[in-house]
Design a protein. Structure first.
Length: 318
């Protein structure tokens, strides 16, 4: 369901269901400008004002690059807390990037006066829901590459078994490609056996061979994760989603409260939603009928398609 909004926000606001805005723009502008005078260094523009005036339960805003998507989320948070009197612990601001989450948290405190903003990544929320004790394997950007080393050992063992000789450069390159492949398979919820079955229909023998190798490594990767008792970030979302369903939403979120106490979820960069993250959010919504979702994104900035993000969830928001 589409409605024209503004040039900066790519000409449409997607809502479900559509209703007329109930807030007067000028009243809203006066409240925001008077409350935030001197903290932002600029007045709120008409495009953001129009978006914030909407009162539908679930809203997705398609906004172009440079339009201030993250700032809009903080405006929304500010209005919920300061104008509507919502407890900050009843609002979660989600993103797909730790750097973005940290920035949102800092700006909420410094510019909007909300010191206890629950800005976090999807994975951070999953950790809180699970009250996780298992270690998570991942590669630090400028540090230890725990997940790569773990995967590399599996690949090296398999290549030695089949008598394949390789250089260090080849092993490093293959490890990177395999990790991307595994992440995509898990994000799209495709099992190793399903991948092998699909590859049987491929005529190209090289593609079949690659699929067979990838399937074996994928299966060993999953089996070893279970045996050792560790997780990767994708499995973290799977386990958190299963836990929400198993408890029918009656689970405690560390530092926030019960899942059912949540009233608002604000999502940044919604175009990067994958089947895993979609199922995670849907599980939360399933057991909380009063939960409202306010999301922003730009499908033209989708950069994680190789890792499993799917614009289907952006285009079919509801």
């Amino acid at each position: 369901m589409l409605q024209t909004l503004s040039r900066s926000f790519q000409h449409f606001l997607q809502v479900a269901p559509e209703q007329p805005a109930s807030l007067e723009h000028e009243e809203l502008r006066e409240f925001i400008d008077s409350s935030l005078e001197g903290t932002l260094g600029h007045k709120i523009d008409n495009e953001k004002l129009s978006a914030l005036a909407r009162t539908e339960k679930n809203i997705l805003l398609d906004s172009c690059a440079g339009s201030g998507k993250s700032e809009l989320l903080l405006y929304k948070l500010f209005l919920l807390v300061r104008k509507e009197g919502i407890n900050p612990n009843e609002v979660i601001v989600l993103s797909f990037n730790r750097t973005v989450s940290k920035m949102l948290k800092e700006r909420a405190k410094k510019q909007f006066g909300i010191a206890d903003c629950n800005a976090m990544t999807m994975h951070s929320l999953a950790c809180k829901i699970l009250q996780l004790k298992k270690p998570i394997l991942y590669d630090r950007k400028h540090g230890h590459k725990a997940l790569s080393l773990y995967t590399q050992r599996i690949i090296r063992q398999y290549l030695n078994e089949i008598g394949f000789r390789y250089s260090y450069w080849q092993l490093t390159r293959l490890t990177k490609l395999v990790l991307q492949f595994i992440s995509r398979m898990k994000k799209t919820r495709m099992a190793p056996e399903q991948l092998q079955a699909n590859s049987d229909a491929v005529c190209n023998e090289k593609a079949k061979a690659l699929a067979k190798i990838s399937t074996v490594i994928f299966q060993r990767y999953e089996r070893k994760m279970q045996n050792v008792g560790v997780l990767d970030f994708d499995q973290l979302l799977v386990d958190a989603t299963q836990h929400i369903h198993a408890t029918k939403g009656n689970c405690f979120i560390r530092g926030i409260g019960t899942l059912k106490a949540l009233r608002h979820v604000l999502i940044d960069e919604h175009q990067d939603t994958s089947p895993l993250s979609f199922n995670f959010i849907q599980a939360i919504r399933k057991y909380n009928n009063d939960l409202k979702v306010f999301a922003v994104g730009d499908p033209r900035q989708s950069i994680y398609g190789f890792a499993g993000s799917d614009l289907h969830y952006f285009r079919n928001f509801q």
